[in-house]
Write a protein that binds this ligand. Structure first.
Ligand code: SF4
Ligand code: SF4
Length: 93
């Protein structure tokens, strides 16, 4: 059965109020660091998805996947990951 985020049941996104996903223009361009997932370490627990304030990381069968078009690079996902599967890497020009 396909995993459904609790917010999906409510018909809301984690950022329902701010609604960055409703905008057409990607908002990840000001990011200084980006989260990079080590899919070997990732246990598919979904904590990063639960805590991401922007709804831009999703748990999949292949590991957590980041939507870099909208990720702000805040690092919350990396901080919450219990197995340190997410590394914050500096963006390069
Ligand atoms: S919190 Fe860490 S282990 Fe859990 S799904 Fe996210 S990247 Fe994978
Ligand atoms: S760095 Fe922040 S915005 Fe980007 S996926 Fe992680 S928690 Fe979400």
């Amino acid at each position: 059965m396909k995993y459904r985020h609790p917010y999906e049941e409510l018909g809301l996104g984690p950022n329902a109020g701010a609604g960055s996903r409703k905008h057409v223009i990607a908002t990840g361009t000001w990011r200084a660091f980006k989260p990079v997932v080590d899919t070997e370490k990732c246990t598919r627990c979904g904590l990063c998805e639960t805590y991401c304030p922007d709804g831009t990381i999703k748990k999949t069968d292949e590991g957590a996947v980041v939507d870099y078009a909208y990720c702000k690079g805040c690092g919350v996902c990396a901080n919450e990951c219990r197995v340190r599967a997410i590394e914050m890497v500096r963006e390069t020009d």
